[in-house]
Design a protein. Structure first.
Length: 292
């Protein structure tokens, strides 16, 4: 699809630099903190992509949801239960001193869509927003989009069913303006996974990303260094990775700070916000390298 980025919202300096480098976008297209941006002053656009922070919906987070808390009287409320022009006022005392969760930024996403009325939009978030704990919030989100004149098609999709060897479940909402919708949209059917985790690895990795010898020695189960799966139909033009010269690689699951071997895996586990800290007590994906 041929397109031009009219604007994007990112308040983190390094994330913004990465976005510009990856997508070839000038930094002047960044309107910064979406909570401070004026939806009436930005350039018009006819499509909209994005999502709101997932930490307060994720099972790996604090699960604070989209709740807002009044700093004056302590009243907790769901902003989607209030009319959009009354959300910033506590429904109990009327105060505008409101503490908001990160995930409630979906309200800001709605604010821009309501003003610009793009032809279609795509919204993404963690699967847990559709679970029993947050389903009311998700249903209110969909209902508001429908009130704005949109049809909403949504489904939970897993990256490993679409060519990426990672177990990553996310809900995708495809939002189409009712006056343009022909009713024919359907989510794509899953496709065979033709790559394993080891096929995605870099050939040269800095030593700091390897487990120390003592942690490797402490693994409960001595690892077998063989590839646990062979893609059923090798993709044309894609080299299948099992060995690199005299070095064989295997995707594995590790827990207890990398000291316990829990088995082999073909797909990476879902990434967590704390993964940059290294191995934790929870199960994580690793790679075993054996020189032969």
């Amino acid at each position: 699809m041929d397109f031009k980025t009219a604007l994007f919202c990112e308040f983190d300096k390094y994330a913004a630099e990465s976005y510009c480098a990856i997508h070839g976008v000038d930094s002047t297209a960044n309107i910064g903190d979406i909570t401070q941006a004026d939806e009436k002053a930005v350039p018009d656009f006819n499509t909209m992509f994005g999502g709101s922070p997932c930490q307060d919906f994720s099972i790996a987070g604090k699960q604070g949801g989209a709740a807002w808390t009044c700093k004056h009287c302590g009243h907790v409320y769901n902003p989607l239960e209030a009319h959009y022009d009354q959300r910033d006022h506590c429904p109990k005392c009327g105060s505008t001193e409101i503490e908001k969760t990160r995930s409630s930024l979906l309200v800001e996403w709605l604010r821009f869509l309501r003003e610009k009325k793009p032809r279609f939009a795509i919204y993404e978030n963690v699967k847990n927003i559709t679970g029993s704990r947050f389903r009311t919030t998700f249903d209110l989100f969909v209902k508001e989009l429908e009130d704005y004149g949109y049809n909403v098609y949504w489904q939970v999709l897993n990256a490993k069913h679409y060519g990426i060897p990672q177990n990553r479940e996310r809900v995708y909402c495809v939002i189409v303006r009712k006056d343009l919708d022909n009713g024919k949209f359907k989510f794509p059917a899953p496709i065979p996974l033709k790559k394993a985790l080891v096929d995605m690895l870099d050939d040269h990795v800095d030593e700091r990303y390897y487990l120390s010898d003592d942690k490797v020695a402490a693994m409960i189960t001595p690892p077998r260094c063989d590839k646990s799966v062979t893609p059923s139909e090798p993709e044309v033009g894609v080299p299948q990775t099992g060995t690199h010269g005299t070095c064989s690689l295997s995707g594995v699951k590790l827990s207890k700070k990398g000291t316990q071997f829990d088995g082999y895996c073909d797909t990476a586990l879902t990434l967590l916000a704390r993964d940059y800290k290294g191995f934790g007590n929870q199960q994580m994906t690793g790679v075993i390298e054996k020189n032969e």
